[in-house]
Ligand binder design. Structure first.
Ligand code: ADP
Length: 512
């Protein structure tokens, strides 16, 4: 059948745009290496290198740490507080409390916001650590995870550059947020001192370094969830953009390394390497930050479902899939709604409509979680895929549609995992811990360090739950300059509690 053959060839051409070859991976690693090195030298923002932000965290735990500390986390909608009692044997006791931040606090004054957060801490202490509230002699150290753009100048000073995610408190912009928060804490006479400002990637690295009993070095903390990012320890001598006084002071205290928050979501913002399809361009144009975070937009949970939605729409317009959706939908409607597999009562009534359901036409309406279900569908008729498309998009599909939708899903997410492996391979090589590194020119050299196996601590629903994501990361690692032998020596370990235990561990970098 000629038309079937033409369809097949057109689909193949569309999917081919998502192919990543071993050569692509090695080229990507070289470029990642260059962008990391340039980012470590340059302070100003640029599309030509990664941000590579010094975290001022210099103590990487080994599991022997002890004591009580607090972690506060203001991410977007919630403020989370936890206390962590480290037992010194890789274990800990954790108390947690989460509260929604009302809109009024997001757009009022800094006194109102931080006053509110301080009152939440007081409440938390009264629940779990009332003895501290009474004694008021000893202060508990607190790390503050603050997920907004900061110009951080020491472990516990950071000037707010701008608000994002619906926050808008003008008087806080340009001020040190730790100072604002500490003032609010002090005015309630709480026994709490903010000693560190940090972020979730750094927390993931520290949490794994503390908890791991394997004696393997944790060389990288990485997030693959809504977004993606990574943090690793870098030699102070390599962080040229740190001011020399800070470096001297740290060295005089016997410190040689500092954790760098790479902000690798911004890898290749100048698009010299990354494969770009028309779908990537549309996704980028739909975001609030077009032209930046372009690596993240090809990798993380917020975007993968959207790429697939746009591809389904395009293939429909080109008359390659979803051509019979109405007819089939009508048949489906006649099925009694008592069938709990096909809940048809939710289907929109669109008699004589020639338009697709509004759901598939709506931006961001198709999640990466849906892709997971399609990916794992091994039923004969791709029944699971049928239900996913029906429930999430209110569309009926033919078996042929479903085969293509599954292929599209696989193409988009395999590319995501292989691109992720570029970041992991490049950072592991940069640390040199496996005995090899890439020098300034991208030449592979021996570092004489010989850790047998290293751990890469990861967190986020995509890396944790997406079927085959980790396998594809490993495949990419083998394609990279690490090759088969070194790729084998990387243990990808799911690590929870980055923003709790990990953040609390940041207090360990505070020097009196
Ligand atoms: P966050 O990164 O916001 O802390 P998560 O790590 O849970 O939270 O990541 C959320 C992202 O992961 C969302 O984009 C969501 O669509 C996606 N996601 C949730 N569940 C799954 C799953 N089972 N498989 C793949 N992606 C998932």
């Amino acid at each position: 059948d000629i038309s079937e053959e033409v369809t097949r060839r057109t689909i193949e051409r569309t999917l081919d745009q998502f192919k990543i070859t071993p050569e692509n991976i090695r080229e990507g690693v070289l470029y990642f290496n260059k962008q990391m090195r340039d980012g470590l030298r340059n302070k100003s923002e640029s599309h030509d290198y990664m941000p590579m932000i010094p975290s001022f965290i210099t103590h990487i735990p080994d599991g022997s740490e002890t004591g009580l500390s607090l972690a506060g986390d203001l991410g977007g909608t919630n403020f989370r507080i936890c206390s962590v009692e480290l037992n010194g044997d890789h274990t800990f006791n954790l108390e947690q409390y989460k509260t929604k931040v009302e809109k009024a606090f997001m757009v009022g004054t800094s006194d109102e916001l931080f006053g509110h957060l301080a009152r939440q801490i007081k409440y938390f202490l009264s629940l779990h650590h009332s003895d501290y509230l009474k004694s008021n002699t000893e202060k508990i150290k607190m790390s503050f995870t603050f997920s907004f753009p900061l110009d951080q100048t020491s472990l516990n000073t950071g000037t707010l550059i701008r608000w994002t995610k619906g926050f808008n408190i003008e008087d806080a912009v340009g001020k040190d947020i730790a100072e604002l928060f500490q003032k609010a804490i002090d005015s309630l006479n709480l026994p709490v001192r903010i000693v560190a400002i940090t972020n979730d990637t750094v927390g993931t690295l520290l949490a794994n370094a503390y908890s791991s009993v394997s004696k393997k070095k944790t060389v990288l903390g990485a997030i693959f969830g809504t977004g993606t990012n990574g943090a690793y320890a870098e030699k102070l001598d390599n962080i040229a953009k740190l001011d020399s006084k800070t470096v001297e002071l740290l060295k005089s205290r016997g410190i040689d390394d500092m954790i760098i928050n790479t902000e690798w979501g911004s890898f290749d913002n100048c698009l010299k390497f990354l494969p770009t399809t028309i779908y990537d361009e549309i996704v980028d144009s739909e975001t609030s930050n077009p032209g930046v975070h372009v690596f993240e937009k090809r990798i993380s949970g917020m975007f993968l479902g959207e790429i697939v939605r746009l591809m389904m729409l395009d293939l429909h317009k080109r008359k390659l899939i979803l051509q019979n959706y109405e007819q089939i939908e009508a048949t489906l409607r006649s099925v009694p709604s008592s069938s709990n597999l096909l809940n048809l009562t939710n289907l929109p009534r669109r008699p004589n409509s020639k338009k697709l359901s509004h759901r598939i036409l709506t931006e961001w309406n198709f999640t990466t979680e849906n892709l997971s279900k399609i990916q794992i569908d091994d039923t004969k008729n791709l029944k699971v895929t049928e239900l996913v498309i029906q429930e999430s998009l209110h569309l009926a599909t033919t078996f042929e549609d479903r085969i293509i939708i599954k292929e599209v899903t696989t193409a988009v997410t395999t590319r995501a995992a292989l691109l992720s492996s570029i970041a992991i391979a490049a950072v592991v090589l940069k640390t040199g811990r496996l005995g090899v590194t890439l020098d300034e020119k991208g030449v592979l050299v021996d570092t004489h360090l010989k850790d047998d196996v290293v751990e890469v601590a990861v967190d986020g629903s995509v890396v944790e739950f997406y079927p085959g994501f980790q396998e594809n990361i490993y495949r990419g690692l083998r394609y990279s300059q690490l090759g088969e032998d070194f790729a084998k020596k990387i243990d990808i370990t799911i690590t929870k509690d980055g923003s709790g235990v990990g953040a609390a561990l940041c207090a360990g970098s505070y020097l009196e």
